[in-house]
Design a protein around this ligand. Structure first.
Ligand SMILES: NC(=O)c1ccc[n+]([C@@H]2O[C@H](COP(=O)([O-])OP(=O)(O)OC[C@H]3O[C@@H](n4cnc5c(N)ncnc54)[C@H](OP(=O)(O)O)[C@@H]3O)[C@@H](O)[C@H]2O)c1
Length: 354
């Protein structure tokens, strides 16, 4: 029996917050001690304050928990705080918590690109976690802030990593079909999206490009050297509730001997979370489907509790030398947010960095 660490969730009533609750239910190392939504929800029971959206009911252990105020002093005594707050609200709260000694693992974009801030997709760049030592010294913090990537980027980089390590990648082109849940509970009006596709998502294409280069970058001399890979993204909102589908075109440095070799490289891919047997690590981070009509959001988004991505239609891209194309689907709220953050917290715990 281990003594569990006490954790809190800020933004617990939102879409990502609800995923944290599902994933943390009966967690072997972490126990939920505090939850908060927006200030006006403070004092209410969790279920009374929340419009629950996911298909399985909220864990019984938390439905009667009272929400506290979303203030640093409420959360600062906890071992780990997960932040699923909107970026504009997160800034001051997360900074105050880190200053007061708390480990914050957060899903919003605030500080993702700061040079002393780890942006972690655990199977891809677990070694970047060492940056927290630099962050603590530079900012004179006893706590720290660690970021999970943007949802599209988390799903994409999981598939790029094994291909990059094996064949090298010159250039990535990606077109996305992104779910409504990616925009939060109040994100997209039904009148805008029903019977429709919106061919633009504010700031998303820039995030995919720059975050991919940071995550695939090298950790050297206490800093991250961004990968020179070129990334061009076109991002679109589609009337799907959950699961981002991404069409990926790669120009590889070296042509693979055949498509089966690419399939094998993807299927065999494992990262540090699998090596360390972290509780939330999917046994296989990438599932490859051979059927021509997979992956599909309804069928494939929750593989391994939403922690694995599903790849299909791997084939050559004849428009360039050493071109490869495929489709990847992943849960934006799990693999692209709460799941990546929780896996990062497990990594911190295992490496004794909390
Ligand atoms: N959705 C995704 O797929 C995804 C993926 C990657 C990253 N992210 C990032 O994760 C964060 C959460 O996303 P989400 O989709 O869960 O958004 P959401 O559904 O809109 O939830 C936002 C949460 O923040 C709370 N909140 C709002 N105003 C607040 C305030 N003034 N003070 C304290 N709490 C406040 C909300 O509480 P109430 O319920 O009381 O309003 C709710 O719990 C965002 O930064 C988002 O960019 C989301």
């Amino acid at each position: 029996m281990v003594d569990k660490l006490s954790v809190g969730i800020m933004g617990a009533t939102g879409l990502v917050g609800q995923r944290f609750l599902q994933l943390l239910h009966e967690h072997p190392w972490f126990e939920i001690a505090k939850l908060a939504g927006s200030p006006e929800k403070a004092g209410k029971r969790y279920l009374e304050a929340t419009t629950w959206v996911w298909s399985s009911d909220p864990p019984e252990t938390i439905v009667d928990m009272k929400l506290c105020r979303p203030e640093a002093k409420e959360f600062s005594k906890l071992d780990i705080v997960f932040s699923a707050l909107p970026t504009s609200i997160a800034m001051n709260l997360e900074l105050e918590l880190a200053r007061s000694g708390t480990t914050v693992v957060s899903t919003n974009s605030f500080m993702r690109l700061e040079e002393d801030t780890p942006l972690i997709n655990p199977e891809v760049n677990a070694e970047h976690i060492e940056l927290i030592e630099l962050q603590r010294v530079k900012r004179k913090w006893s706590g720290c802030i660690i970021k999970a990537p943007n949802c599209t980027t988390a799903i994409l980089t999981l598939t790029l990593k094994p291909l990059l390590d094996t064949y090298g990648i010159k250039c990535v082109r990606i077109a996305t079909m992104q779910a409504l849940s990616g925009a939060g509970y109040r994100g997209v009006l039904s009148m805008d999206i029903l019977d429709n596709i919106i061919p633009y998502i504010e700031g998303e294409e820039e995030k995919v490009s720059i975050e991919t280069r940071k995550i695939l970058g090298r950790f050297e001399n206490k800093s991250i050297i961004f990968h020179p890979i070129k990334v061009s993204a076109s991002c679109h909102r589609v009337p799907i509730l959950e699961g981002h589908l991404e069409v990926v075109f790669l120009e590889l440095e070296e042509k693979p001997p055949d498509i089966n070799d690419v399939i094998r490289i993807m299927e065999d891919f494992r990262g540090i979370p699998q090596e360390l047997k972290l509780p939330t690590a999917p046994p296989k981070p990438i599932i490859v489907r051979r059927e021509k009509n997979r992956p599909q959001p309804r069928l494939d988004r929750m593989v391994h509790r939403g922690m694995a991505v599903t790849v299909g239609r791997i084939r050559w891209d004849e428009s360039c030398e050493s071109g490869l194309k495929y489709i990847v689907l992943g849960s934006n709220t799990v693999r692209g947010a709460a799941g990546a953050a929780l896996l990062t917290a497990e990594l911190l715990y295992k490496l004794e960095k909390v």
